[in-house]
Design a protein around this ligand. Structure first.
Ligand code: SF4
Ligand code: SF4
Length: 181
Protein backbone atom coordinates (compact mmCIF):
# COMPACT_ATOMS: atom_id res chain seq x y z
CA UNK A 1 0.00 0.00 0.00
CA UNK A 2 1.40 3.42 -0.97
CA UNK A 3 0.94 6.49 1.27
CA UNK A 4 0.69 9.86 -0.44
CA UNK A 5 0.87 13.37 0.98
CA UNK A 6 -1.37 15.91 -0.64
CA UNK A 7 -3.42 19.04 -0.03
CA UNK A 8 -7.04 18.42 0.62
CA UNK A 9 -10.01 20.76 0.90
CA UNK A 10 -11.85 19.92 4.08
CA UNK A 11 -15.52 20.80 3.83
CA UNK A 12 -17.44 21.29 7.05
CA UNK A 13 -21.05 21.99 7.83
CA UNK A 14 -21.38 23.44 11.30
CA UNK A 15 -24.65 22.58 12.98
CA UNK A 16 -26.19 24.91 15.55
CA UNK A 17 -28.75 22.67 17.18
CA UNK A 18 -30.18 25.58 19.16
CA UNK A 19 -31.23 27.29 15.91
CA UNK A 20 -32.79 24.26 14.22
CA UNK A 21 -36.60 24.43 14.28
CA UNK A 22 -37.21 21.02 12.70
CA UNK A 23 -38.73 22.42 9.47
CA UNK A 24 -37.13 19.59 7.41
CA UNK A 25 -36.41 21.88 4.45
CA UNK A 26 -32.88 20.40 4.42
CA UNK A 27 -34.28 16.87 4.04
CA UNK A 28 -36.65 17.92 1.26
CA UNK A 29 -34.06 19.74 -0.86
CA UNK A 30 -31.41 17.04 -0.38
CA UNK A 31 -33.76 14.31 -1.56
CA UNK A 32 -34.94 16.47 -4.49
CA UNK A 33 -31.37 17.24 -5.57
CA UNK A 34 -30.47 13.55 -5.51
CA UNK A 35 -33.62 12.36 -7.31
CA UNK A 36 -33.15 11.00 -10.83
CA UNK A 37 -33.59 13.21 -12.75
CA UNK A 38 -32.65 15.95 -10.27
CA UNK A 39 -35.65 17.75 -8.71
CA UNK A 40 -38.17 15.33 -10.25
CA UNK A 41 -39.39 14.24 -6.78
CA UNK A 42 -38.69 14.62 -3.11
CA UNK A 43 -38.84 12.13 -0.28
CA UNK A 44 -37.05 12.85 3.01
CA UNK A 45 -36.49 9.08 3.39
CA UNK A 46 -33.97 9.48 0.56
CA UNK A 47 -32.20 12.48 2.13
CA UNK A 48 -28.59 12.37 3.23
CA UNK A 49 -29.51 14.45 6.25
CA UNK A 50 -32.16 13.49 8.80
CA UNK A 51 -33.51 15.63 11.59
CA UNK A 52 -34.00 13.75 14.86
CA UNK A 53 -37.07 15.34 16.35
CA UNK A 54 -38.69 15.82 19.73
CA UNK A 55 -41.24 18.60 19.13
CA UNK A 56 -42.59 18.54 22.70
CA UNK A 57 -39.14 19.35 24.07
CA UNK A 58 -38.41 21.67 21.10
CA UNK A 59 -35.28 19.62 20.35
CA UNK A 60 -34.25 19.00 16.74
CA UNK A 61 -30.88 17.56 15.81
CA UNK A 62 -29.79 17.38 12.16
CA UNK A 63 -27.59 14.33 11.47
CA UNK A 64 -25.65 13.84 8.23
CA UNK A 65 -25.26 10.46 6.54
CA UNK A 66 -21.71 9.21 6.94
CA UNK A 67 -19.91 6.03 5.99
CA UNK A 68 -21.44 2.69 5.10
CA UNK A 69 -20.44 -0.10 7.45
CA UNK A 70 -21.01 -3.77 6.68
CA UNK A 71 -21.26 -4.77 10.35
CA UNK A 72 -23.02 -3.09 13.24
CA UNK A 73 -20.80 -1.97 16.12
CA UNK A 74 -20.41 -4.02 19.27
CA UNK A 75 -21.82 -1.33 21.57
CA UNK A 76 -24.70 1.13 21.35
CA UNK A 77 -25.04 4.79 22.33
CA UNK A 78 -28.07 6.15 24.09
CA UNK A 79 -28.50 9.90 24.52
CA UNK A 80 -30.64 11.88 26.94
CA UNK A 81 -31.14 15.54 26.04
CA UNK A 82 -33.30 17.89 28.12
CA UNK A 83 -34.74 14.88 29.91
CA UNK A 84 -35.80 13.09 26.70
CA UNK A 85 -34.19 9.72 26.07
CA UNK A 86 -33.53 9.06 22.39
CA UNK A 87 -33.46 5.72 20.61
CA UNK A 88 -30.20 3.81 20.59
CA UNK A 89 -27.99 4.89 17.68
CA UNK A 90 -30.26 7.90 17.00
CA UNK A 91 -27.39 10.30 16.32
CA UNK A 92 -25.05 7.90 14.56
CA UNK A 93 -24.10 8.88 10.99
CA UNK A 94 -23.45 5.36 9.71
CA UNK A 95 -25.54 3.41 7.25
CA UNK A 96 -25.41 0.02 8.96
CA UNK A 97 -27.31 -3.29 9.08
CA UNK A 98 -29.01 -2.58 12.43
CA UNK A 99 -31.41 0.13 11.21
CA UNK A 100 -33.09 1.65 8.13
CA UNK A 101 -31.55 5.09 8.44
CA UNK A 102 -29.55 6.41 5.49
CA UNK A 103 -30.62 3.66 3.13
CA UNK A 104 -32.26 4.08 -0.25
CA UNK A 105 -35.85 2.93 0.52
CA UNK A 106 -36.30 0.93 -2.71
CA UNK A 107 -32.92 -0.73 -3.12
CA UNK A 108 -31.63 -0.66 0.48
CA UNK A 109 -28.34 0.75 -0.79
CA UNK A 110 -26.51 3.09 1.58
CA UNK A 111 -26.86 6.86 1.29
CA UNK A 112 -23.98 9.17 2.11
CA UNK A 113 -23.76 12.96 2.18
CA UNK A 114 -21.61 14.00 -0.79
CA UNK A 115 -21.58 17.69 0.14
CA UNK A 116 -23.60 18.30 -3.03
CA UNK A 117 -20.59 17.61 -5.25
CA UNK A 118 -21.47 18.85 -8.72
CA UNK A 119 -19.95 20.39 -11.81
CA UNK A 120 -20.01 23.36 -11.77
CA UNK A 121 -19.65 23.39 -7.97
CA UNK A 122 -22.36 24.99 -5.86
CA UNK A 123 -21.41 28.00 -3.76
CA UNK A 124 -22.80 26.14 -0.72
CA UNK A 125 -24.50 22.76 -0.24
CA UNK A 126 -28.23 22.91 -0.89
CA UNK A 127 -29.25 22.04 2.66
CA UNK A 128 -27.25 25.04 3.90
CA UNK A 129 -28.84 27.31 1.30
CA UNK A 130 -32.33 26.16 2.25
CA UNK A 131 -31.89 26.44 6.01
CA UNK A 132 -33.56 29.77 6.65
CA UNK A 133 -32.97 29.42 10.39
CA UNK A 134 -29.17 29.58 9.85
CA UNK A 135 -28.72 26.36 11.78
CA UNK A 136 -26.30 25.11 9.09
CA UNK A 137 -23.12 26.97 8.15
CA UNK A 138 -20.70 25.86 5.44
CA UNK A 139 -16.92 26.25 5.79
CA UNK A 140 -13.90 25.14 3.74
CA UNK A 141 -10.22 24.89 4.70
CA UNK A 142 -7.04 23.43 3.23
CA UNK A 143 -5.21 20.62 5.07
CA UNK A 144 -2.23 18.43 4.25
CA UNK A 145 -3.21 14.77 4.55
CA UNK A 146 -1.57 11.38 4.11
CA UNK A 147 -3.79 8.91 2.31
CA UNK A 148 -3.45 5.16 1.78
CA UNK A 149 -6.34 4.67 -0.61
CA UNK A 150 -5.62 2.00 -3.21
CA UNK A 151 -7.56 0.38 -6.00
CA UNK A 152 -7.81 -2.70 -3.78
CA UNK A 153 -9.61 -0.66 -1.08
CA UNK A 154 -12.19 0.49 -3.61
CA UNK A 155 -12.72 -3.03 -4.93
CA UNK A 156 -13.19 -4.45 -1.41
CA UNK A 157 -15.83 -1.76 -0.69
CA UNK A 158 -17.73 -2.56 -3.88
CA UNK A 159 -17.52 -6.28 -3.25
CA UNK A 160 -18.97 -5.97 0.26
CA UNK A 161 -21.87 -3.91 -1.13
CA UNK A 162 -22.47 -6.51 -3.81
CA UNK A 163 -22.37 -9.34 -1.26
CA UNK A 164 -25.07 -7.60 0.71
CA UNK A 165 -27.32 -6.27 -2.07
CA UNK A 166 -26.30 -8.18 -5.22
CA UNK A 167 -24.33 -6.83 -8.17
CA UNK A 168 -27.46 -5.96 -10.12
CA UNK A 169 -28.67 -3.48 -7.49
CA UNK A 170 -25.22 -1.92 -7.20
CA UNK A 171 -24.95 -1.56 -11.00
CA UNK A 172 -28.50 -0.15 -11.30
CA UNK A 173 -27.75 2.48 -8.66
CA UNK A 174 -24.44 3.45 -10.29
CA UNK A 175 -26.25 3.77 -13.64
CA UNK A 176 -28.97 5.93 -12.05
CA UNK A 177 -26.37 8.16 -10.38
CA UNK A 178 -24.42 8.64 -13.61
CA UNK A 179 -27.60 9.61 -15.47
CA UNK A 180 -28.41 12.22 -12.85
CA UNK A 181 -25.97 14.69 -14.38
S1 SF4 B 1 -33.57 23.37 7.29
FE1 SF4 B 1 -32.39 24.11 9.08
S2 SF4 B 1 -33.96 24.60 10.62
FE2 SF4 B 1 -34.95 23.30 9.07
S3 SF4 B 1 -34.72 21.20 9.90
FE3 SF4 B 1 -32.98 21.56 8.53
S4 SF4 B 1 -31.34 22.29 9.87
FE4 SF4 B 1 -33.24 22.50 11.02
S1 SF4 C 1 -24.63 18.64 1.81
FE1 SF4 C 1 -25.89 18.10 0.00
S2 SF4 C 1 -25.77 15.85 -0.03
FE2 SF4 C 1 -25.16 16.48 2.04
S3 SF4 C 1 -27.07 16.47 3.23
FE3 SF4 C 1 -26.77 18.58 2.47
S4 SF4 C 1 -28.00 18.63 0.56
FE4 SF4 C 1 -27.65 16.47 1.07
Amino acid sequence: MKAEKRKKTVKTIKIDVDKCNGCQACEVICSALHAAPAYSSNNPARARIRVIRDPLADVYVPVYAGEYTAAECAGRDKYTIDGKEYEECAFCRASCPSRDFFKEPDSGLPLKCDMCESDPALSEPMCVQWCLADALTYEEREEEVVEDVTQADIEIGLESLANMHGWQKVMDTVARMSKKG
